[in-house]
Write a protein that binds this ligand. Structure first.
Ligand SMILES: *[C@@H]1O[C@H](CO)[C@@H](O)[C@H](O)[C@H]1NC(C)=O
Ligand SMILES: *[C@@H]1O[C@H](CO)[C@@H](O)[C@H](O)[C@H]1NC(C)=O
Ligand SMILES: CC(=O)N[C@H]1CO[C@H](CO)[C@@H](O)[C@@H]1O
Length: 711
């Protein structure tokens, strides 16, 4: 590779920069000892996304084959085919075949980065004038160039990155590396990085959040979906975004062009395709025509619906060379899958692209090459395409606190054994225990159980609750204990009434268990004997017509942290509180805005901090551009017990939840499973209903009630 000299400005996360990154950010809390946090991301272990491409020709050659153009490592998504990159950083062609250039987001190496790949295939020479990837083809090789990682964005910042476009020497993309400082506001903003100098400029005004940027063919204008001044109001389906346009150079001349719309894509300098949920409830693609000679405003822009009712059509991609079609994703009656189709905007005909090729997979977020000859998209690569991938038990993630080693677990509701050597977790239905190095996996309970908690004194004793999750006060759920070292694996029922007794957490002296129960018609906290359960002693800790839940007992025994909506019962808003086990000292630790959510608190081993999941940083992407997440805002945060020093640990557009804080510092490396797990079993957005007139099914999620949309 001849490009080494150009790479000095793009120091990607290597060991040296990672070290710098951690040294400059070691300012949190009084973490005298180093520890680990493990958390869950809904469905993430099933993603395995890669970017693929197919020809767009209306009558594709019979031998057209779907080509995987990313390398089958990690999760690769939201691609973009740049127009003939003229970057001096681009590597030289190793042979004569015309390379295909692809910009995309990848999650390898523990954080989001944006890569540029030059992909070479064996398409015969005469296809050059058409498309390098038409006809048969095998990938011969690739040159991979990291463009932007967290190291480029400054001292120890961690961020999600999204929807990149490469325009000349500039990379335009979303990043979440700047803290808004305001609870329940999105950190997503559009940035431009000059690749030669590494200079990064923010294009979104401070105080606003922008999603889904798209750059016009000339590069002069960028369109975004933005909530504007009204901000984010808890939406988890369609965000209440409008489309704004500004100058790519510096973000100036920002103007709203479309009220109610998202995911813009430019066909030419005055035509923008976008999507919105129509009044008839079908997601549809629309077209906005901007006036040619200035004076652009919502009133001077003409918008037209492009796709008809009767199917969902969204995430449009305009085609530049041949303007007679666009690409989009659809959900149709009779198919459980999201597919990529073309839509002829002259004849109003659809043409299926991915269903004939891979009918049983979700395909997301299409994009079209500048010559209009191919369409790209991402989908789950599946096990057969995935020789290099190892399934991960624990995926190590960068985070801004050097004393904490952060892992995503392939499971939910994890908890550490007191010595940190074992992890119990749930993979419904079933409760499992494994060594922290991924060995010794054992299913210890086969019922529907959640969450998990280890006794601090009696070795191998794990508490859980057995019954349906996210159920009403009177649902039959009981707290049980299991000795996971016992060959018989018998369980002991500790509660008897069965009235939604759940979320047990044992005291450090091994004598008591705090749990929540719905026995009075409200979920409040109770304390019972750890060994004999209710019959050995039962005390009521909290009482009121609201929900107290997800309790966690502090390591010194003096406090119980929990999640409650007592400040606004039944509103769906949860804050974190602390109370002494004797019922005194109640105080609120943190609330996310006035209506947000703070769930699943867990104390640090030194008792000075608490990890939790929250919508404190709002959402980071349009939910429809992802697969299903009940709570796409869920991110892992830590805070001191006095309510100061909140820090965001995770950055993504997924649902992160159920964190556990362990006593040892586990080396910051991935832990692979010894076995292969099934993949690609995630679901498309549940709220994309195919019969829009039928009522919504209430979403059930890692929190305990569903958030209301603001419209
Ligand atoms: C442009 O796309 C349409 C399909 O919408 C196709 O029929 C036509 O042949 C294409 N034109 C060219 C020049 O490729
Ligand atoms: C309640 O418990 C806390 C700590 O656990 C203690 O400091 C306090 O004195 C106790 N209050 C009463 C009234 O017992
Ligand atoms: C800089 C760095 O850590 N690179 C690693 C990123 O991950 C791949 C595997 O996906 C490794 O091969 C690289 O060494």
């Amino acid at each position: 590779m001849k490009s080494t000299k150009h790479l000095r400005f793009f120091v990607f996360i290597n060991s040296v920069s990672a070290l710098l990154l951690f040294c400059t950010s070691a300012d949190h809390a009084d973490q005298s000892t180093k520890t680990s946090i493990v958390f869950t991301t809904m469905g993430r272990s099933n993603y395995a996304f890669d970017i693929y491409t197919l020809p767009t020709s209306w009558d594709p050659p019979a031998n057209a084959r779907e080509l995987r153009i990313t390398d089958g490592r990690s999760v690769n998504f939201n691609g973009h085919f740049p127009a003939a990159p003229s970057l001096s950083v681009l590597p030289l062609a190793p042979n004569q075949t015309p390379p295909l250039h692809l910009v995309y987001v990848t999650e390898r190496n523990g954080s989001h980065s944006i890569y540029l790949d030059a992909v070479y295939n064996d398409a015969p020479d005469h296809t050059r004038k058409r498309s390098a990837l038409e006809g048969p083809g095998r990938i011969l090789g690739r040159v991979q160039l990291p463009l932007v990682g967290d190291a480029e964005l400054g001292s120890g910042r961690i961020s999600m990155k999204d929807r990149p476009s490469l325009v000349g020497e500039y990379l335009i993309y979303v990043s979440t590396h700047e803290n808004t400082g305001v609870p329940r506001t999105s950190w997503a903003a559009v940035y431009s990085t000059h690749l030669e100098t590494g200079l990064t400029r923010r294009l979104t005004p401070y105080g606003l959040a922008d999603f889904s940027p798209a750059v016009s063919p000339s590069g002069v204008w960028t369109a975004v979906a933005s909530c504007g001044e009204k901000g984010w109001n808890g939406e988890v389906e369609e965000l209440s975004t409008d489309i704004y346009v500004f100058r790519t150079r510096d973000g100036s001349d920002r103007v709203k062009v479309v009220e109610h719309g998202g995911w813009p894509s430019w066909a030419d300098e005055s035509t923008i395709y976008f999507h919105r949920r129509s009044e008839d409830n079908w997601w549809s693609v629309y077209k906005a025509i901007l006036p040619m000679n200035g004076g652009v405003s919502v009133d001077s822009v003409v918008t037209q619906r492009v796709t008809p009712p009767g199917l969902h059509a969204f995430t449009p991609a305009a085609s530049i060379a041949n303007k007679s079609f666009i690409a989009l994703a659809t959900r149709r009656r009779g198919s459980d899958y999201r597919h990529i189709e073309l839509f002829d905007v002259v004849s109003n005909e659809f043409k299926e692209v991915t269903r004939p090729v891979s009918p049983h997979a979700h395909h997301l977020n299409p994009f079209i090459s500048p010559d209009s000859n191919r369409v790209g998209y991402h989908r789950c690569r599946g096990a057969s395409n995935d020789k290099q991938r190892k399934d991960l038990f624990l995926e190590n993630l960068h985070n801004p606190i050097s004393e904490i080693s952060l892992f995503r677990i392939d499971g939910s509701f994890p908890s550490f054994s007191p010595d940190g050597t074992r992890i119990a977790y749930v993979n419904l239905p079933g409760l499992f225990v494994a060594n922290a190095d991924g060995s010794g996996l054992r299913e210890v309970f086969t019922g529907n159980a959640f969450p998990t908690a280890w006794d601090k004194k009696r070795k191998g004793v794990v508490y859980t609750s057995w019954g349906p999750d996210f159920a009403s006060e009177h649902t039959k759920v009981d707290v049980i204990s299991i000795n996971v070292d016992d060959d018989e694996l018998t369980y002991k029922k500790l509660t008897t009434g069965g009235e939604n007794n759940a979320f047990p957490s044992p005291s450090p002296d091994g004598k008591w268990v705090v749990f929540r129960s719905g026995r009075t018609g409200h979920k409040n906290l109770y304390i019972m004997d750890a060994v004999d359960g209710e019959i050995g002693g039962l005390y009521r800790l909290t009482e009121g017509p609201w929900t107290d839940t997800m309790a966690n007992w502090s390591p010194d025994g003096d406090w119980i942290a929990f999640s409650s909506d007592r400040h606004d019962p039944s509103s769906g808003s949860f804050a974190m509180y602390m109370i002494h086990p004797n019922g005194t000292g109640l105080r609120k630790v943190v609330q996310s805005g006035s209506r947000g959510r703070v769930n699943h608190p867990c104390f640090s081993p030194d008792g000075k901090s608490i990890v939790f999941t929250s919508d404190y940083a709002a959402v980071s992407a349009e939910p429809i551009s992802n697969s299903h997440h009940y709570q796409p805002y869920g991110e892992i945060h830590v805070i001191r017990t006095d309510g100061s020093g909140i820090r965001r640990l995770t950055h993504n557009s997924y649902e992160d939840g159920t964190p556990a804080w362990g006593p040892t510092f586990m080396g910051p490396v991935d832990v692979a499973w010894p076995i292969d797990n099934p993949q690609c079993s995630f679901s498309d957005c549940h709220w994309l209903r195919i019969s829009p007139k039928t009522p919504n099914h209430e979403g059930m999620s890692l929190g305990s009630s569903k958030i209301q949309c603001s419209h």
